[in-house]
Ligand binder design. Structure first.
Ligand code: 13P
Length: 352
């Protein structure tokens, strides 16, 4: 394992002032998003849409990396430029989602486990040779009546740790994503408790499986009240609790932390990030660079605009550029939050 190279890539992923675009929706997830805006979901339309994102002029000012799904990893622009080569030429790291999705955890109603370890070393070698520098594996942890169970957390963190070690042996930085789901009517206190417990188990398991933590990135949800709890999001409270979880449950030597948006509106996802960064900077030195790795919060208004007029490529790219600019400002704690609600670029659509 080349720990020096892994640490270098991990550091670059969390370059201050930049973040990541998650464009790694599986074809099934993409189908749902496209259905919502009434665009047929085909190989051609997926390529057209991802191409628009990837080739947005100036996006590299705000992006350290882009995560692809297998199909997109091999796709190219209309002029034949392979997306990942295009990114490399713009100093943006190409990444690849390597998990094979969620399945029910037998015996544990309402809980899921992520599959995809079979054949993973061979797939990682192929992706690395083709230019992938980091990978992603997502586990989903639901909060509800009697869940998550320790068995669900254990099964998922075991897979995450094994995936992470396999990535590092292949020269790829693992992004480990134990997403605590926003769905549900749980309280913010429950979310804080569950996220802390999941992270404890995750890092204990990663250490046991000899993962080099400075060469790994955590992708996490924020501490939020359940989407159906009826409790509005209080950005200040989210920031305080999320930072407390990091300080108490994330090892200092970890390579960095990035957030998913998890179904929050763009406005909430940007304002939360902004407050988290402001508050952690004010609270003294901290060991990790922290930024965004959003899918929906960056893409929702872009997808809507593209669906409304697929020929208006430049106008749609302007919207994406603006989303990136807002997210990058938030990642520095420099976002003017008063611009969010009245800003036509910021979507409030939850359901894309
Ligand atoms: P969202 O930002 O839409 O939550 O997606 C991020 C992601 O990559 C989930 O795995």
């Amino acid at each position: 394992m080349d720990t020096v190279e892994l640490e270098k890539i991990a550091k670059k992923m969390v370059t201050p002032g930049k973040g990541l675009l998650a464009a790694d929706e599986s074809n099934a997830s993409c189908q749902k998003r496209f259905d919502a805006v009434h665009v047929p979901c085909t190989e051609k339309t997926r390529r057209e849409y991802r191409g628009l994102l990837v080739t947005t002029p100036g996006a590299e000012k705000f992006l350290s990396g882009v995560i692809f799904y297998d199909e997109t990893f091999w796709q190219a622009t209309n002029t034949g430029q392979v997306f990942r080569e295009y990114l490399k030429n713009h100093d943006v790291l190409p990444g690849i989602k390597v998990d094979a999705g969620l399945v029910d955890l037998p015996g544990f109603p309402g809980e899921k486990v992520t599959q995809g370890l079979d054949g993973l070393p061979e797939r990682l070698a192929t992706y690395r040779a083709a230019g992938a520098r980091f990978a992603k594996w997502r586990a989903a942890i639901a909060i509800g009546d009697g869940i998550p169970t320790d068995e669900c957390i254990g099964a998922n963190t075991l897979s995450l740790a094994r995936y992470a070690r396999l990535c590092q042996d292949a020269g790829i930085v693992p992004m480990v994503e134990p997403e605590v789901l926003f769905d549900g009517n749980h309280t913010i206190e429950q979310c804080e408790q569950v996220l802390g417990h999941v992270l404890d188990t995750l890092f204990q398991t990663m250490r046991a499986f000899r993962v080099h933590l400075p060469g790994a990135i955590l992708k996490t949800s924020m501490v939020l009240p359940g989407k159906d709890s009826g409790t509005p999001i209080d950005h200040d409270d989210v920031a305080e609790r999320t930072i407390r979880v990091f300080r108490e449950h994330v090892p200092e030597e970890l390579g960095g932390i990035v957030f998913l948006s998890g179904g929050q509106t763009s406005s909430d996802a940007f304002a939360d990030l902004n407050q988290i960064i402001q508050r952690i900077n004010e609270s003294g030195p901290h060991p990790w660079n922290i930024t965004f790795s959003y899918s929906r919060a960056l893409q929702d208004p872009v997808l809507k605009a593209w669906a409304a007029n697929r020929n208006a490529v430049h106008q749609t790219q302007d919207i994406f550029y603006r989303q990136l600019e807002l997210a990058a400002s938030a990642s520095k704690g420099e976002l003017d939050e008063s611009s969010l609600d009245s800003d036509g670029f910021v979507s409030h659509a939850q359901d894309l």
